[in-house]
Design a protein around this ligand. Structure first.
Ligand code: FE2
Length: 185
């Protein structure tokens, strides 16, 4: 390669290099979601896997769109969680979206579970800001997420083994609905 080609390639690389991306710091500690989500799952899922997507994106390893979307989705997922509550019901704007489209929170949970159980392979399921339940295969950036559930096996297998229905049933206890409302506005 001659010198001018080399300079051109270096220029091209630096021009194409996107900004580094990061997994956001958790607003809770790793014991706070127990027993819905164990410290071991948080260490593994958040500490290793989610951060791994950011690391690989920043290092230019693998599919950058996949890694970028992985970071985007995990930042939404982990930021919407809070300590388990005995009763944890949606209110405000998100409740209106749910009631307008599914009549009641109980009915919504049933439909959401039915759709989640149809997913084959790795993916995510979410309520969109306009009141639809949508599925994401693998990882993709979506701008209309009200809240979402990580349906990849790594999200539930350590705590629930094969029983992903129980994972979803329990997840309702740790959704921070106030934060979801702020996201919707
Ligand atoms: Fe995940």
């Amino acid at each position: 390669m001659n010198r001018s080609n080399k300079i051109f390639n270096i220029f091209k690389l630096s021009k194409n290099k996107k900004k580094d991306i990061y997994i956001e710091k958790l607003k809770f500690n790793e014991y706070d979601l127990n027993p819905v989500m164990s410290p071991d799952t948080i260490k593994y899922h958040y500490g290793k896997l989610a951060k791994g997507y950011a690391q690989r994106y920043n290092d230019g390893i693998g599919d950058s769109d996949f890694n970028e979307a992985g970071v985007f989705l995990h930042n939404i997922f982990f930021s919407q969680l809070c300590s388990p509550k005995r009763t944890n019901k949606p209110s405000g704007a998100v409740l209106k979206i749910i009631e307008d489209n599914f009549n009641s929170f109980d009915n919504f949970k049933e439909v959401f579970k039915k759709e989640a159980m149809k997913i084959q392979g790795s993916g995510w399921i979410y309520l969109s800001k306009d009141g639809s339940i949508k599925v994401i295969n693998n990882h993709k950036i979506k701008k209309d997420i009200a809240f979402l559930i990580d349906w990849w096996e790594h999200a539930w297998a350590l705590d629930y083994q094969h029983d992903k229905e129980s994972y979803l049933d329990n997840m309702w206890r740790i959704i921070n609905w106030e934060l979801i409302n702020n996201r919707i506005y």
